[in-house]
Design a protein around this ligand. Sequence first.
Ligand code: UN1
Length: 476
Amino acid sequence: MKQNLIAGEWRGSADASENRNPSDVTDLIGLYASGTATDVEDAAQAARAALPGWVAAGPQRRSDLLEAVAQALFARVEEIGTLLAREEGKTLAEGKAETMRAAQVFRFFSGEALRMPGDCVASVRPGVGVEVTREPVGVVGLITPWNFPIAIPAWKIAPALAYGNTVVMKPADLTPGCAHALAEILVEAGVPAGVFNLVMGRGSVVGSAIVRHPQIDAISFTGSVPVGRGLAIEAAQSLKKVQLEMGGKNPMVVLDDADLDVAVEACLNGAFYSTGQRCTASSRLIVQAGIHDAFVERLSAAAQALKVGHALDPATQIGPVASESQLAGNLDYVDIARKEGAEVVGGERLNGETQGFFQRPALFLNATNAMRSSREEIFGPCASVIKVADFDEALAVANDTEFGLSSGICTASLKYAREFRRRSAAGMVMVNLPTAGVDYHVPFGGRKGSSHGPREQGRHAAEFYTVVKTAYEFAG
Ligand code: UN1
């Protein structure tokens, strides 16, 4: 059994969770510990006890640790990328790219550890000095999802440690393998006991215990809207600082003047790569009437030609859906879209050579923005195509959603590109680029139902992982 890391020691549990390959359920990756509230208690106490030492360790020590983790990840891209593809179902190329990204995130925050932000300003009172500094927020609880099992842990752990916090982390029960590998790397790199704790297990047990624990000062969560909302309500009881990254129903507008090749490629990537299991996926393709038919013809053909299969087969372009229940949900939405009057292209379950959760990419043609299939996040390889008359209607439809994570427009017009950037109610806006697949060194996050609290990633991560202190002094 792969064990939890608590107070610098590996600890097993009475129950274990099976980690199986969604490309082939006969492939058992391993048994992973299923932690308890007691494990969270011990991890939180250990993180609290380790905090003063980690704060005192200073920027150089923290920078060195993160650099060592980055180097270990770079050296093990093949191995961890393969594990990722096996446990989550991303293609091997995607799994390796995500591992690279995790390494780059650690390298970036290795630098940021040396640049703890602060300001020195003159007071409005003569003779008084004012210094605005940042301190670690304390013990942070990190709760991560199954769809980016190495990158999301990386972009939460790296800034947490860089800015001097200690960590209790719970990875998704479906994909604990990469997080466990990362914990091993942290230990090999010399993370002090208690500074980083890994408690794997169920959300209802481990996640809840983290959210309620009085010794945990802040929670960073990526996952679904209902879980995020419940978490924020619970965390408010103890006034924890909260950062939530949740769903999306991201629009990609295609105007008549778009380069058709660029638009088809951006939509194919945004809607279907990583099997559509990205909160930044393009799930509403909003297409102007003049280009609509040509676009639909090209995109439908390209989507149906994508090779769906075992994530480790080098010919595969779209890996399996991550779990049986996720696939069942996707297939329900295909039915819902059909009953709502959309013309469905693809979307059926596929039988591969292995027992996996394969699904053909689905397009819901002639959809309206009012349909449930256009309003609710599916989190699978499914996208609605909504026809609009002009830019104004496209923008209105794009913004007519309870989400606001990422949005995109394909156009050759500087005027419309600018106008869209300005008026899109999303945290991230892409011009002639897919809505998904973001850089690792700039802020990530959205508006409305997609995000809550400060941004993740880049220098903006300091806002969540530090607290401000304003110090005044008078020399006499
Ligand atoms: C990306 O599109 O590059 O859970 C990243 C997610 C997001 C990450 C998307 N938090 O899908």
